[in-house]
Design a protein around this ligand. Sequence first.
Ligand SMILES: Cc1cc2nc3c(=O)[nH]c(=O)nc-3n(C[C@H](O)[C@H](O)[C@H](O)COP(=O)(O)OP(=O)(O)OC[C@H]3O[C@@H](n4cnc5c(N)ncnc54)[C@H](O)[C@@H]3O)c2cc1C
Length: 387
Amino acid sequence: MAQITRRSALKAGAAATLAAGVGGPAMGASGAWDVVVIGAGVFGAWTARNLQRLGRRVLLLDAWAPAHARASSGGESRLRAELPLFHKSGILFFFPTREEYVAKTIEVHRRLKLPTAVLDRRAMRRQFPQIDFDDIEIGVYEPEFGCLMARRAVQSVVSEFVEAGGEYRRAAVKPVGGGDGTLRRIETSDGEKIEAGQFVFACGPWLPKLFPDLLGTRIFPTRQEVFFFAPSPGDDRFSVGNFPGWADFNGGDIYYGFPDLEGRGVKIAHDQHGPPIDPDVGDRRYTEGSLAEVRGFMERRFPALAGRPLNEARVCQYENSANGDLLIDYHPKRPNLLLLGAGSGHGFKHGPAVGRYAAQLLTGSLPEVEPRFSLASKGERQDRSVH
Ligand SMILES: Cc1cc2nc3c(=O)[nH]c(=O)nc-3n(C[C@H](O)[C@H](O)[C@H](O)COP(=O)(O)OP(=O)(O)OC[C@H]3O[C@@H](n4cnc5c(N)ncnc54)[C@H](O)[C@@H]3O)c2cc1C
C-alpha cells in the first residue's frame, strides 16, 4: 500500500466544515435522501463514500463526530494537511511454536502474492535486536504492511465525501423501535424527521443500545486498554523504520503494538477481551492492574523499555460478535435497514472493503448477504475464533 498524504488547501477547507459539524449542499426540494448512513466511524464513512461514488444522494450523520474519542475508530492525531494516513513500518507476527495459524497465514499471503518473509529465531534476532525472541520459534514479516492513523484516516474519508457534494451533519438518531415493514423515516434527538429510501446503521458499540431486542445479546462491547511508553532519550530503536508493528501470539494470549509513531510513544496492548463497557458512560481511566500486566510483558519482550515512563493510556472498546466475524445484514423486519458493525477489534483495516460491499448490497449489485456476515450466524455466547 502506497503512503497516502492529505493533499490540498481544498481539503483543509472541508476539514474545517467537518469540525463545524455541517457540510455539503443542503438537500434539494426533490424529496428524501436515497440513503441515510448513521454513524461516521470507519464503516459508515466508507459506506457513505462508496454509495456516493455509485451516484446515490447520501446523508451521513453522527451523534458526535467522525472517529471521535469514544468511537471505536477514534485514537491518534487530528486532521491536518500533509500528514500521512499510513506508516509503512512493516508488521511482524511471532509465535512460540509453528502452530496451524502460521501455516494458514503463510498460505494466504503466498496466494495473494503479498511480500512475506518467514523468519526463524536467529533471523528475527538479527533484524530486530531490540526484541527478546528467546521463547519464540517462528515469525512472519510483512514489509509492505504498517500502521494506519485511525482518526485521521476516517476524517479524511468524510472530508472527501463532503468535498464531492455529500452532506455530513452532527445529529443523534433515536432508536427506530419495534415496528416492521419498510422504514420511511428516522427521527433525531431534537425532533427532526429525515426520510430516505434506505438506512444504514453503522453505530459500532452503540448498536446493541439502538437495537436492544436484536443485538443486545449478540454484540458484546468490551473495555480495552492501550498504553504508550517513552523510549530513552535519543533511542531510535523503536522508531518507524527500525521497529515494526507486531503481534506476539503468545500461545493464544495475544499482545500487540506499534512503533513510536509521530512521537506518541511505543504502543503496547493486551488483546484479551476486557470486561463489558457501556460506550456512553464507561470509565475511560486505565487500571493499575492492566498497566502492571502490560509493563511486565514489555520488560520481558523489550528489555530496553524496562522502567520507561508511561506517556499516555487510552480506554477504547471492541464491539465483538460471538465469533469475531463482522455483521453486515438487513434488519429482519426492516428490509431497507442495513446493520453494519461488530468490528470485533479488527474491523478498521476492512473499512474500505466493508464500505464497498455494503454499497454493492444496497444498490443491488450483490444479490444477497454473505452467510458468515449474516445476523443468523451471530450467536449469543462469546466464542471468539476469528482474529
Ligand atoms: C484499542 C483498539 C485497537 C484496535 N486495533 C485494531 C487493529 O489493529 N486493526 C484493525 O483492523 N482494527 C482494530 N480495531 C478495531 C476497529 O477500530 C473497529 O473495528 C472499527 O473502528 C469499528 O468501526 P465502526 O465504524 O463500526 O464503529 P465506530 O468507530 O464506533 O463508529 C460508530 C459511530 O456511530 C455513531 N453513533 C452511535 N450511535 C449513534 C446515534 N444514535 N446517532 C448517530 N450516530 C451514532 C458514534 O458516534 C460513532 O462515531 C481496534 C479497536 C480498538 C478499540
